[in-house]
Unconditional design. Structure first.
Length: 102
């Protein structure tokens, strides 16, 4: 569930991109540049393009961390598990985005 929450920004942007890009075709690219059976996956790693989505994810993570700290400080115990789950989800997705952008 945490990963699904962390993917909310990516999925929302993908839906908006699909709705607003009239006439834009989806072109599927081969994974890792392997186009025939003679090529192998060894030595090829996935790298995503540089986007501003990582900044959005880090801003959301910072906001949720501040909200979690506020909930702990003011004894809002019922919201702490949900806020922690949101933080874990955004932290995981942001970590993967940073790892793939290196």
């Amino acid at each position: 569930m945490s990963i699904g929450i962390g993917l909310a920004i990516n999925q929302s942007l993908a839906v908006c991109d699909g709705l607003l890009n009239v006439g834009a075709d989806f072109v599927r690219t081969p994974k890792h540049g392997v186009v025939n059976r003679k090529q192998s996956l060894s030595g090829k790693r996935y790298r995503s393009g540089k986007t501003w989505v990582v900044c959005l994810e880090s801003l959301m993570l910072a906001y949720l961390a501040v909200t979690l700290a506020f909930a702990v400080q003011h004894a809002h115990y019922w919201s702490i598990p949900f806020l922690a789950m949101f933080c874990i989800g955004y932290l995981y997705v942001m970590g993967l985005s940073l790892y793939q952008n290196r």
